[in-house]
Unconditional design. Structure first.
Length: 192
């Protein structure tokens, strides 16, 4: 079980860094006059907070204790700020990070939790992994628009508060990641 606990802690650190990084990327996108990209970064930052909440709950269940996330996570805000590039580079970085989580990190963590019979951690990893795949797809789509100089149309963005899935315009009747109803989606306020 200690392996799964360490995996949860690693996931918490990664998701917390991603959340903060996407907040900074949103600021940079606004600064560079890419409001729709800023909006997506803001929405995905919120989605990462859902993963943090789920991983914290799983860790609490496995350790049978309350979790103080500040004891686990130390983020150097200055270091993160120094790594902010232009919006194009930030989208590339976001895609790379989301794909790493999807294809490697969460895949391994899920397997570890499954082999040790830790269903609560396995579910948390699985939901995050599936939502991260969607995040990568959205970032990739926006990067293609930016590369081709095409305008990104204004759309509402919704985030599932159970799994962190991100949808445009209207939430689906049932979340394709966690199967919860559209009542669990939150509309994200545009940062402009």
């Amino acid at each position: 079980m200690s392996l799964v606990i360490e995996n949860l802690k690693e996931a918490l650190i990664g998701e917390t860094k991603a959340r903060r990084k996407y907040e900074l990327y949103a600021e940079k996108a606004l600064e560079e006059n890419h409001p729709e990209i800023a909006y997506l970064f803001k929405a995905v930052s919120f989605a990462e907070s859902i993963h943090i909440k789920n991983h914290s709950r799983a860790l609490s269940v496995l350790t049978d204790s309350d979790i103080n996330i500040n004891e686990i996570i130390q983020i150097d805000g200055k270091e993160l700020k120094n790594k902010i590039g232009d919006t194009f580079s930030n989208l590339e970085d976001a895609i790379e990070g989301e794909l790493y989580e999807t294809k490697k990190m969460y895949k391994k963590f899920e397997k570890n939790a499954n082999s040790l019979g830790q269903e609560v951690a396995e579910l948390s990893f699985s939901l995050a992994r599936d939502a991260e795949r969607v995040h990568a797809d959205h970032f990739s789509s926006y990067l293609k628009h930016l590369e081709k100089g095409r305008e990104i149309k204004k759309r509402k963005i919704y985030v599932c508060e159970i799994c962190g899935n991100v949808e445009f315009e209207e939430p689906p009747e049932t979340c394709p990641v966690c199967d919860h109803s559209k009542n669990f989606y939150k509309e994200i306020d545009a940062p402009f």
